[in-house]
Design a protein around this ligand. Structure first.
Ligand SMILES: Nc1ncnc2c1ncn2[C@@H]1O[C@H](COP(=O)(O)OP(=O)(O)O)[C@@H](O)[C@H]1O
Ligand SMILES: O=C(O)C1=C[C@@H](OP(=O)(O)O)[C@@H](O)[C@H](O)C1
Ligand SMILES: [Mg+2]
Length: 167
């Protein structure tokens, strides 16, 4: 089993991934947390000191090397054009979706997410651009709007069970 959780910042990839891995007794990695531990630097420091491209290279390398069954990606995981195709071919890709306003309320002013520091309009544009890619790449789209992480976990399990019915 290999499940990739994708979606914009604040969608709950890290939170839901952790709960999902507990429910399924499956191994879990949060790519951002792994990068911070391995690089011994905060994500915001990597952005500041080494630049975004350096972060993206580390991120995609971690994605391709991990053997964890549940993978919580970062919101910018589709930065390189070929990453989405690679994920689709290597696991089940689940897109966690909620309206921009709801996600913005969750991430506003969060210093640990350097990309969230962009001006509101720019961030909204980025959300719409990325939404197109998340839709293209994912096998399933699960709404995380106005529901608990536990509800989202149930929805994820149901959608993957439906996919495998009769196989
Ligand atoms: N279903 C939810 N409802 C409300 N808040 C949530 C939900 N899931 C996560 N959050 C909150 O939103 C913020 C972002 O969650 P996080 O798991 O870090 O998202 P991501 O990894 O997708 O950026 C956290 O403060 C978290 O507590
Ligand atoms: O959207 C982005 O470009 C980013 C999202 C973050 O992860 P979350 O989506 O878990 O916040 C983290 O990877 C980094 O700050 C960049
Ligand atoms: Mg996260």
């Amino acid at each position: 089993m290999k499940i990739y959780l994708i979606g914009f910042m604040g969608a709950g990839k890290s939170t839901i991934g952790r709960v999902l891995s507990r429910e399924l007794s499956a191994s879990f990695i949060d790519l951002d947390q792994w990068i911070e531990q391995t690089e011994k630097k905060k994500i915001s420091t990597i952005f500041q000191m080494d630049g975004e491209l350096a972060f993206r290279n580390i991120e995609v390398e971690a994605l391709k090397r991990t053997d964890a069954e549940i993978v919580a990606t970062g919101g910018g995981i589709l930065y390189f054009e070929d990453t989405g195709k690679w994920m689709r071919e290597n696991g089940t890709v689940i897109y966690l979706h909620a309206p921009f306003e709801e996600l913005y309320a969750r991430i506003e002013g969060d210093q640990s997410r350097p990309v969230a520091a962009k001006p509101y309009k720019e961030l909204e544009e980025l959300f719409h651009k990325r939404t197109v890619l998340y839709e293209q790449v994912s096998h399933h789209r699960v709404s995380v709007s106005h529901c608990s992480p536990e509800d989202s976990v149930k929805a994820i399990i149901l959608s993957t069970l439906k996919e495998n019915k009769g196989k």
